[in-house]
Write a protein that binds this ligand. Structure first.
Ligand code: 2AM
Length: 182
C-alpha cells in the first residue's frame, strides 16, 4: 500500500515570502520548504493497481493551467485548530481542477474522503496542542497579508511516508496543465 495524495507545488518565489511568516509562528511544527504544497486530493493508503489506475486517469486529464493567489493566515480544524495555513483565494479554475482530479480518483475506484474543498497551504501543524494567545496574535496580524500569486502549469502525484522526524513526500508522477484555455 502507498499513502498518496495529489497536489500542486509551491514555487520558490512564494516560499521565500512564506518562510519569514513561518519563522514568526511561536508554536507548531513548521512544514519544511520542500513539503509546502496545495493538496488537490488526499488518497490515503492505496494498493499498487489502484495507484496505477489513478496515474492513468490523471494522465488523461487535459485541464487548463490555474492562477493561484495566496492570501492571509488562517487556522483550519474548526474549534480545535490543527494547523496554521496560508489561504488560497477561491477560483473557479482551481475548483474545476479539484473536481477533475477527484473524478479521476473515483474513476480509478479509490474512495476519497468527502471533505469540502478548502484550498490552502499548510505552514505549521499544531498536533494536539492548543493555540497560544501569541500564536493567535500572529495569525490575526497576517489575516489579510498577500503572499503572492503564481500560475500552476502542472500537478503531482505524491507518495507520503510518515516518519517520526516528519513526513517525506516523494513525487511519483507529474501531469502538465494546458497552457491556454481551449
Ligand atoms: P493538510 O495540509 O490540510 O493537513 C498530505 O498529507 C496532504 O494531504 C496534506 O497537505 C494534508 O492536508 C492532506 N490531507 C487531506 N486529508 C487528509 C487526511 N485525512 N489525512 C492526512 N492528510 C490529509
Amino acid at each position: 500500500m502507498t499513502r498518496a495524495f495529489v497536489g500542486i507545488d509551491i514555487p520558490e518565489h512564494i516560499i521565500t515570502v512564506l518562510q519569514p511568516v513561518q519563522d514568526r509562528l511561536p508554536m507548531g511544527r513548521i512544514v519544511p520548504p520542500e513539503n509546502l504544497h496545495l493538496t488537490l486530493c488526499f488518497l490515503g493508503d492505496v494498493s499498487d493497481p489502484a495507484l496505477e489506475a489513478v496515474h492513468e486517469r490523471l494522465s488523461a486529464l487535459h485541464q487548463p493551467g490555474v492562477d493561484i493567489t495566496l492570501s492571509g493566515l488562517d487556522w483550519i480544524g474548526g474549534a480545535h485548530p490543527r494547523a496554521i495555513v496560508a489561504g488560497v483565494v477561491p477560483h473557479d479554475g482551481l475548483t474545476a481542477l479539484h473536481r477533475a482530479v477527484l473524478g479521476a480518483c473515483h474513476g480509478a475506484g479509490v474512495v476519497v474522503e468527502r471533505r469540502r474543498f478548502v484550498p490552502h497551504v499548510t505552514l505549521a501543524r499544531l498536533g494536539k496542542a492548543r493555540a497560544s494567545a501569541a500564536l493567535n496574535d500572529v495569525v490575526l496580524s497576517h489575516r489579510l497579508t498577500p503572499f503572492g500569486a503564481f500560475r500552476a502549469h502542472g500537478f503531482t502525484l505524491y507518495q507520503s511516508d510518515l516518519r517520526p522526524e516528519g513526513a517525506v513526500y516523494t513525487p511519483l508522477a507529474s501531469y502538465p496543465l494546458r497552457s491556454e484555455a481551449r
